[in-house]
Structure formats: C-alpha cells, structure tokens
Design a protein around this ligand. Structure first.
Ligand code: FMN
Length: 212
C-alpha cells in the first residue's frame, strides 16, 4: 500500500514527531511505501494567494475558486501544490498527524487543505462531484492527533462515539473530497501524559498500523 503522511508540527522532537516516526517505521516494516510531507520543515506556504497559480484567468481580481478550477484544467498550479497533488494521487491512505490547536488542525495544515484539496482537483462542487462522487474516492484518510483535553470533551458532540467523525469540520472536509475517513487515532491529555501512558499509546498505535 502507498501511504502518505502529512505531518504538521513545528518540532520534530515532539509527541507528534514521535508518532510520525513510529508510523514511518512500522509501515515500512510491514512493506508499505511511505511518503511524508513535513509541512513546517518544508516551509510550506501558509496562504492561498495569487502565487498558487502559474497564470491567472482573471488578473484584476483573485477569485480563488475560479483560479483553482482553471489551474486544474491547465496544469497551472505552482510547483509546491503540484508536488502535494502527485503524492495524493499515488496514495491509497493519507494519515494526517497533528496536535489539536484551538479545536482544529494547526493553521499550516488548514492551509494545505485550502491550497492542495483544490476545486477541480479534489472535487467539483459545481458539478456535484463531492462526497461519494468526489475525485478522491477510493482513497482512505486517517486523523492521528494529540489533544491536551480529556477524551470526554472530544466525544461530547459526536453521535455514537463515532471515531470517524472526531473533529467534525476536519473529517467533513476529507469526506467532501470522496475519501473514506477511517477511525481516528487520538492521544488525549497529551500535555500531562505519564511515560507509562505514552508507552501504552505508542503500543496501541503500533498495533493499529500493523493491521492497517
Ligand atoms: C495554540 C494551542 C492551542 C491548543 N488548543 C487545544 C485545543 O483546542 N484542544 C486541546 O485538547 N488541546 C489544545 N492544545 C494542546 C495541544 O493539543 C497539546 O499541546 C499537544 O497535543 C501536545 O502535543 P505535542 O507535544 O506534540 O506538541 C493547544 C495547544 C496550543 C499551543
């Protein structure tokens, strides 16, 4: 299987960095091909703007949706976006590894969603090519995140403790593109985690990855 890990944490020696490293190691041991985009170390651009497009259809006014549709028809995305799109195209499974910051993904990962899961590439809302008809149908996505709060605060708004719907706006974006969202892997109370609990969580993640 081809696995693409999108890693969004500024510190390699963080809990999130360790989870990313564990995933690379375990997936490789199981014979999977793994690609990683380490968004901070790559200096991934955090703004959707005119530089995303090689040639603008409307130079007078930036209309992001229009330009994304145009770029997807004309191979007109900037090279950094194209490189990410190529990794998505090759992937069977995309793992997003991040800490929860203010109830959602870090801004840099949100920027990746905005710039890379582009109109015309990941979906086409004007033609109803979303959800089951989204262009990324057939691919799987998994959120792997850490949060400082406890488990209950995450499951409060999720019907039936459905792990595929944790962080609702984020899982919705992924489903919107057609991807099948798998159960999330999450470490709660991440700031106060004891060494024992960290070890247990790592073991749980290793098992999950071994059976992916
Ligand atoms: C800017 C910021 C916002 C945060 N917001 C949340 C939050 O909304 N919910 C939560 O559970 N933890 C929150 N946290 C705690 C982080 O999720 C926690 O520090 C992180 O998961 C620990 O992982 P790390 O050691 O890899 O950084 C926040 C931390 C920061 C720095």
């Amino acid at each position: 299987m081809n696995v693409f890990i999108v890693f969004a944490h500024p510190e390699p020696n963080s809990l999130n960095g360790a989870l990313k490293d564990l995933a690379v190691l375990t997936l490789n041991e199981n014979g999977h091909e793994v690609k990683v985009s380490d968004l901070y170390s790559m200096g991934f651009k955090a703004t959707l703007d005119r530089d995303d497009f090689l040639k603008m259809e409307n130079k007078d006014r930036l209309m992001p949706m229009l330009e994304q549709f145009n770029a997807s028809k004309t191979d007109g995305f900037s090279s950094d976006i194209k490189a990410e799109m190529e990794k998505i195209e090759l992937a069977d499974l995309i793992i997003f590894q991040f800490p929860v910051w203010y109830e959602t993904v870090p801004a840099l990962l949100k920027a990746w969603f905005e710039r890379v899961l582009a109109h015309g590439f990941a979906h086409n809302i004007l033609e109803g090519k979303v959800f089951d008809r989204g262009f990324l149908k057939g691919k799987k996505a998994m959120l792997s995140f850490t949060g400082g709060s406890d488990k209950d605060s995450y499951y409060n708004n999720i019907p039936n403790n459905d792990k595929t719907k944790l962080l609702p706006p984020v899982s919705l974006v992924l489903r919107f593109t057609g991807m099948k969202v798998m159960d999330a892997f999450a470490i709660f109370n991440a700031v106060t985690l004891s060494e024992d609990d960290a070890e247990k969580a790592f073991e749980e993640y290793r098992k999950l990855l071994n059976n992916i």
